[in-house]
Design a binder for this molecule. Structure first.
Ligand code: AQP
Length: 326
């Protein structure tokens, strides 16, 4: 069985972009892959976090993983900082990467742009992400489109180390959804939907109440020509709504458009509200049950032990190749 690794940062409420781009794949893959799903708290601290909030968000994400259908009996669910190999391998890989390649990452440019002083973690976190993946001899990494460049970097570092020290790492492949790979902000379809955007109506969080879902979708930015067609370049707002519809229902955009008699954007939006509310209802119900259960901590502790058992032999291989320790 091929091995899958991916993670989500505990930096806020998980939204439809995270779900349709990455998390939905997590669930699909667990039936015929060995899956390891991480809550990447060490990534979260590349920007300042309130410690109490961070601890809360870690458990929120863990509960959401289970609520969307990740089965802790099939998949490993754990918190990154509970397995020390991530930080250790991160340092080894930092010593095998270049500031030039890291400063070219578009996410670094976007997040550091215009700031007088930029934390080192913001520059080096793609290397930590490479360590997260390579630590488990990962074959497949299910992520959203925005992570494409980071997967390429991971592959480059793995190949570089393999060429220099002999076969050390498995070179992984990214896996991207057709419809959900890049969900755009509802208020500004030129930018991706994001946890940290100020306008709460730019995104739908998985735990949003039905009234909030309705409000955010009904006020989504479209255009003035009134024609419902899929054209991401000229009609990014309408195309984003169709894309979300397609990713939630599993129907292609052509199928969706062929079966509709919408008279305008209002009808499309109303139906998307219903589709979204229906898709998120079971997730919200499952979440309430698991979030307060003591089972959650037990699952995460067990997950960390299982993850560590896979990571430790890989770290031993790395220490041996590099001549670290005794
Ligand atoms: N808009 C998106 N469309 C599709 N996939 C997305 N992902 C994120 N945004 C979209 C995918 O979700 C996974 C987890 O992301 P993350 O939590 O590690 O961090 P992120 O990419 O930084 O997510 P956000 O929501 O944009 O957070 P902030 O605002 O804090 O920067 C990844 O697989 C990602 O590709």
């Amino acid at each position: 069985m091929k091995r899958v690794f991916s993670g989500v940062q505990p930096t806020g409420n998980i939204h439809l972009g995270n779900y349709l781009g990455a998390l939905k794949q997590f669930v699909e893959l667990q039936n015929d892959h060995e899956c390891i799903y991480c809550i990447v708290d060490e990534h979260a601290i590349t920007v300042p976090q309130d410690p109490k909030e961070l601890r809360k968000h870690i458990l929120d994400v863990a509960a959401l993983y289970i609520a969307i259908g990740i089965d802790p009996k099939k998949s490993i669910i754990f918190v990154q900082s509970q397995v020390s190999g991530h930080a250790e391998l991160g340092w080894v890989l930092c010593c095998n990467s270049y500031t030039g390649e890291l400063s070219r990452m578009t996410q670094f440019k976007a997040k550091s742009g215009g700031k007088e002083s930029v934390g080192t973690g913001l520059l080096t976190y793609p290397v930590l992400m490479a360590a997260d993946i390579l630590l488990y001899d990962t074959d497949v990494v299910p992520v959203g489109n925005d992570q494409k460049q980071h997967i390429e970097l991971t592959r480059d570092i793995a190949i570089r180390v393999n060429n220099k020290y002999g076969k050390t790492f498995v070179v992984p492949d990214g896996r991207f959804m057709k419809a959900g790979a890049r969900i755009m902000a509802l208020d500004d379809p030129e930018t991706k939907m994001s946890k940290s955007a100020e306008n709460i109506h730019s995104r739908i969080s998985l735990l949003d109440e039905d009234s909030k879902i309705k409000k955010s979708i009904m006020r989504a930015t479209t255009d003035s020509d009134g024609e419902i067609r899929f054209d991401p370049v000229n009609k990014p707002g309408v195309s984003n709504l169709l894309n979300i519809y397609s990713a939630l229902t599993g129907k292609s955009v052509d199928e969706i458009l062929a079966g509709q008699n919408w008279r305008g954007y209002g009808d499309l939006k109303k139906e998307l509200v219903a589709v979204t509310q229906e898709a998120l209802a079971p997730i919200k119900q499952n979440y309430e049950e698991i979030r307060e259960s003591e089972e959650l901590i037990r699952i995460l502790k067990d997950g960390a032990e299982r993850a560590n058992a896979i990571a430790e032999p890989v770290m031993k291989r790395v220490r041996d190749k590099f001549g670290l320790g005794l």
